[in-house]
Design a protein around this ligand. Structure first.
Ligand code: NAD
Length: 373
């Protein structure tokens, strides 16, 4: 399905569903809201998704989004925490036979309810669970960053190819209308070519004991976590692959960030001569994607959030109905599986980003020396 019509349809439908649901819920209270969600979550003709890792993102974004999807539903879970099992089974109507843990995960191969495995684990576990899911014959969505290295990404793609399953990365912004508009103006060039991109994404990270600050589990700091959105943004805003990067790291808290990067600024050079200037941080908030074109500017700010995006193209304000990025993302993948073709956020997308990430870490090591991608 053409992406533009898919998204328009999706955001309109969700908008209508939301308005109707909102009114029903106001008029009759929450049981009706739950019943409506259940009806929308009926399994007919939908592909079953199993979430692997029931942490923050799976609990607060993906599972609620799966109540709004039209082409897939939450069929199963994989968790190492026994107490979560009953709660999720009850909340999402998951049968006991579709509940797995990390020990018996591979038995998912025999489960006909599950078509897609969605890996939502710490970064260092992405490759292992993607490869095991592929070997179990399941299509895979893997969260960003795809893996810890280019080598891991290549192994993940090879495993999916060998087992004839599709692989997609959790790049939800490709299905958000603000970012789709950016991609559109890059392709159609109504204001000339994109010559400059400024992409920044950072937040102040809390709990010093969390896995995101551990080198072995996270594989890196702000770059791996939110910097990849800037790499992505610069790549789709220019429509080109970078040829070289220069990057520098700034550490203000060497204890907290002993194992991972804290704040990184970098430049990316593209074959046409376009350049991107990017920043990512675990020390401060920043959230924007800015394009300098031959005949004007475009900007989305905030840019990488789940909702509440805002932006303009020259002086024209962009305005789109509310939608759920993750629902659109998962529905798109389910449709790709049903109708054939390749996900536009395939493993190749994740791999290309990791190539840039590796070049950035090399440049940081060489104190900001230019490194070819
Ligand atoms: P989280 O810490 O909230 O959840 C991680 C889950 O993994 C937990 O359920 C935890 O129990 C489980 N786990 C299994 N083995 C573990 C181990 N050895 N150490 C720690 N946890 C272990 O993290 P999260 O925020 O849900 O992030 C999970 C993944 O999703 C990450 O790769 C992250 O980059 C990605 N993510 C993507 C988005 C997005 O917008 N696409 C947003 C948030 C997170």
């Amino acid at each position: 399905m053409k992406r533009d019509s898919f998204l328009l349809q999706h955001s309109r439908r969700q908008f209508i569903q939301r308005s109707t649901l909102g009114l029903s819920a106001l008029a009759f209270g929450s049981p009706l809201l739950a019943r409506s969600s259940y009806i929308k979550n009926s399994k007919e003709n939908k592909l079953g998704i199993a979430l692997v890792g029931l942490g923050n993102y799976a609990t607060n974004q993906l599972a609620p989004s799966l109540l709004e999807t039209e082409h897939c539903y939450l069929a199963g879970i994989v968790t190492g925490t026994k107490e979560k099992e009953a709660k999720w089974m009850e909340q999402y109507g998951i049968p006991a036979g579709n509940v797995y843990n990390y020990e018996n995960f591979d038995e998912i191969a025999n489960n006909k309810d599950i078509d897609i495995v969605y890996v939502v684990l710490p970064n260092s576990m992405h490759a292992e669970y993607t490869i095991r899911a592929a070997k179990a014959g399941k299509h895979v969505i893997c969260e960003k960053p795809m893996g810890l290295s280019v080598k891991e990404c290549e192994a993940m793609i090879a495993a999916c190819d060998a087992n004839k399953v599709k692989l997609s990365i959790g790049y939800r912004l490709h299905f958000d209308p603000y970012h789709m508009e950016i991609i559109k103006i890059q392709k159609e060039k109504p204001f000339g070519a994109v010559k400059y991109v400024n992409a920044e994404f950072g937040f102040r990270i809390g709990d010093p004991t969390q896995w995101r600050l551990r080198g072995d589990l996270a594989g890196g700091g702000a770059i791996m976590d939110v910097g990849v959105y800037c790499i992505q943004g610069a790549r789709y805003a220019t429509g080109e692959e970078p040829i070289a990067v220069t990057a520098r790291e700034f550490k203000t808290d060497p204890v907290k960030f002993a194992e991972v990067d804290e704040t990184v600024t970098w430049e990316m050079e593209f074959p046409s001569g376009a350049i991107a200037n990017c920043t990512t941080s675990y020390a401060f908030s920043t959230n924007r994607l800015h394009l300098g074109m031959e005949k004007g500017t475009a900007e989305v700010q905030p840019s990488y959030s789940y909702s509440g995006l805002a932006g303009h193209i020259n002086r024209k304000t962009m305005s789109f109905p509310k939608m759920r990025q993750q629902a659109a993302q998962m529905d798109n993948f389910a449709q790709v599986i049903k109708t054939g073709g390749e996900s536009e956020v395939s493993g190749q997308e994740g791999l290309l980003d990791l190539k840039v990430v590796e070049a950035m870490y090399k440049s940081i090591k060489k104190k900001g020396k230019r490194v070819k991608v």
